[in-house]
Design a binder for this molecule. Sequence first.
Ligand code: ADP
Ligand code: MG
Length: 265
Amino acid sequence: MKVTEVMTEIGGVAIASGGTAMNDDAILVTEDVRKIYRSGADSIVALEGLDLVVPQGQFVAVMGPSGSGKTTLLNCLSGLDEIDAGRVLVDGLSIHELSDKERTKHRARDMGFIFQAFNLIPVFTATENVELPLLLAGVRVTDARLRARETLERVGLGHRLDRRPMELSGGEQQRVAVARALAGKPRIVWADEPTGNLDSEMAVSVIDLLGELHDEGLTIILVTHDPAVAAHADRLITVRDGRLVEDKLLAGPDAREVREEVTVA
Ligand code: ADP
Ligand code: MG
């Protein structure tokens, strides 16, 4: 089923908040994206015929079995990886047609990334970990320090600024990683199983934080195995064998039944 059909089925509200009717407001548009992994004589079609329109400010959860293409989808749509066919437009910019340098710049300016592994630098403090990408992006040292501190305070770690990752809990480390993703004031955040390494209490704190950021207008594309995590999103897309097989709106009054169905699934 096409996105538009699903949206129409769910109702008028759905179109206003999630359908292709609002292309002008879309932050992300994909057109017939294909990704093939080749090794020797073997090739795996990891994404096929992927069409997606994400309006500015939407929180999208991506689910699907292991190996279905979720990470590939995130990496290809964010421009971390190349694609074999189709187009990906972020803010109207066809990201795979940019030069490496332009794409890196676009990523540093407009995107934040959160992964399952926190990927923090062990010898750096929380502040230094958050500062690093800012410095690499050319932000002045004093501004980078200030912004790193403000962002750590924003994620509730104002009392942990000088701690190294080893001296922090898993949930706190992931909050540092969230702060690192946010410090550059991105317009879109990509998260690949960000709660996968956290116990449920810590997972809740990270998801609540993402929810707050979404309330402030951030667009979030989040891959998860966990239906309880996905239930925080506005929209749930399901991939299987590299194809988008389901697309449901979870936000808005018409979506309550869908949300309940997801939560108990
Ligand atoms: P998911 O994140 O849903 O578990 P992935 O996107 O990681 O799935 O993988 C989708 C498919 O592509 C799987 O069959 C996987 O084995 C394959 N794949 C992923 N990355 C590579 C790679 N770098 N080289 C070859 N095959 C890959
Ligand atoms: Mg994955």
